[in-house]
Design a protein around this ligand. Sequence first.
Ligand code: UDP
Ligand code: MG
Length: 306
Amino acid sequence: MISVVIPVYNNASTVEELARRIDAALQPSPYEAIFIDDGSADDSLTRLKRIAGANPSVKVISLARNFGQHPAISAGFEHAKGDVVVLMDADLQDRPEDIPRVVEKLGDDVDIVYTRKAQAEEDLAVRMSSALYHYVFSRITRSPRFAEIGTFRAFSRKFLAALLLYRERNVLYGPLMVYMGYKSAMIDVVREARASGGSGYTFGKRLALAINSLVSYTDIPHRLSIYIGLALFAGSLLYGAAVLVQYLIYGRSLPAGFTLVLLMLTLMLGSLMISLGIIGSYVFRVYQEVLQRPRYLIAEKINLAE
Ligand code: UDP
Ligand code: MG
């Protein structure tokens, strides 16, 4: 059986067509389409309930509020019963007609199939945060192809079992799944234009995601603060030596004036605050993980056993 996992956040305009096209693409083989309503403000949930009422293969998990795309995906993965799992977006940018082709590529030697699509992001802010994100992850995962990988993917039960072992609160599936390894394959798919409406992400939400992943998957931020500290230290050693030489050879003492003193003071304080902030953000994350809060809360399940 194939389990299709789809997080839904304000996708009322597309869920009906999506469910219909998934059904058409996968019939007559058994499948389940798990839609996770991530606290949508529109009538996505009402529509999903109606679809699930007419088609028992459609399952709905309604979350207690908006928890975010990745926690919503967790909910779907934890309920998936298939021996193959497909992850896709709800906005019809991924074509349900491609599912059989992606799934077919799985086999004894392939545990996860990624898809690649020609990306043409409109917004400058989106392009910038996405460039930062992809730069970081192609370095961590040592996979220059990371930037090409889309959300749409299919993987085996074995891969899912491994994926569910990762219990971090702040889960991010994009980097995590590449980081996990296993044998992968890549296929090209067409990425449709957004059917209607805007992205479920605001710039702030997207930036928070990029920073979140920067902090949790790399040591770049605190390494950076060490480098800044080292540079300042080296600079002050050089400057101290220069002052000493001036004094010893020419007998001159320091020039009058506070300009330099002020400059050094602000520079030092500034870099100290930055380092403290970086440490603080790691401490905060450790705190969040220690709390062991659930990633999501379920308000209601439809066509799913308790
Ligand atoms: N999404 C979600 N919760 C959120 C934001 C997004 O579940 O808080 C879902 C959304 O319904 C969609 C997927 O995540 O299925 C990707 O979102 P979107 O298509 O808006 O992002 P973009 O295409 O701009 O990357
Ligand atoms: Mg989208």
